[in-house]
Design a protein around this ligand. Sequence first.
Ligand code: FAD
Length: 386
Amino acid sequence: MPHAPVVIVGAGLAGYTLAKELRKLAPEQPITLITADSGALYSKPMLSNALAQGQTAPTLVQATALAQAEKLQLDLRPNCSVSAIYPQQHRLETESGELPYAQLVLALGARPRQLDFPGAELALSVNNLDDYARFRARLTPGAHVLILGAGLVGCEFANDLAASGHAVTLVEAGERALQHMAPASLSLRLQNSLQSIGVQCHFGSGAREIKQLEHGYAVSLGNGCHLNADLVLSATGLIPETALAKSAGLAVGQGILVNDQLCTSAADIYALGDCVELGVSGSSQVLPYVLPLMQQARVLASILSGTPSRLSLPALPVAVKTPACPMVLCPPDRNAPGDWHCERDDSLGAIHHFLGRDGGLLGFALAGDACGQRRQLAGRAPALLE
Ligand SMILES: Cc1cc2nc3c(=O)[nH]c(=O)nc-3n(C[C@H](O)[C@H](O)[C@H](O)COP(=O)(O)OP(=O)(O)OC[C@H]3O[C@@H](n4cnc5c(N)ncnc54)[C@H](O)[C@@H]3O)c2cc1C
């Protein structure tokens, strides 16, 4: 397909960062970017702390699709879903017709996990700008919001909503907040801080049923507790968007499987960002954060412009955007043998190291004034991919 373009599907941070990096390296390369959404450029991490900053969906837009198309010289096709891929023919099918590609890049993101109990569909989830606009349209001043899930996103929304004058109830099926990322004492520190700004925490039992009332909702928990709220927000995790790749016959695990050159199992099809599962040297990981996708975009731009390149990822800590208790987390691999050790834990901040059996640093968690040690510790923690 000598005259066919590089086609990128998805206009999230992964798709746009790749387009920007590729344009730098290949000024003349025809690039088509197709996306199901409006193509507006925005920072998705801002969605969970925009309220207290007085931001709305329109003010979160950093550039329109038109401005992006001009700036990056793209054939940009917004509001257009890709419905099928034919890898053998290097062709894809969209809502508005077929399109050939020389190389195809899937930057399809992740979608909210579907909850499986009566009334679960009544809960809103906020995973893109349109969701955020819907959420804001239904959020009245001082409304009581019940959040399902005390992971990163749930805790951030809880802090943001409470800080902007809303009543907040945070429900978590597990025993504590951020249980897969932080040591127990930091979970407790976060929980105490959220409670100090008015968040009610119900941990240890998940939602079983949501019922619509004349005004608001009634949420029943597994432990028999009944809670009422004006709005229910689900923050129970995201799963990589794999359906399109799977139906095209690409290898898919938890995400679209790629190697350290971001190649999928099909020739000339690559993938990056939240939709991928990196499978290298027998291990596999899904890394649904901004820093990994930035590194992936740089490597893939280099490959697509003709310079062979491989992905390597240093330890990449994640900042938890909870101003009531700022934290930086760099959790160890889930299967890593070892334990959390407290180096410091006082009213101003905390430092916890996760040490392996040989005493080596495998992860860390920081809070408060200790968050500044992020770089230094990240330099000592093991790389995610060498
Ligand atoms: C509330 C929230 C807060 C977060 N905070 C942080 C944080 O503090 N730090 C951090 O590192 N990460 C954070 N994250 C994660 C981070 O935002 C994501 O890792 C990143 O934005 C993913 O970008 P992406 O481009 O891979 O996916 P997305 O932004 O989901 O983009 C996917 C794109 O694919 C398009 N698409 C999908 N299917 C099709 C199709 N069939 N046809 C055409 N187009 C299609 C969509 O329209 C969209 O444009 C947060 C996430 C959320 C939800």
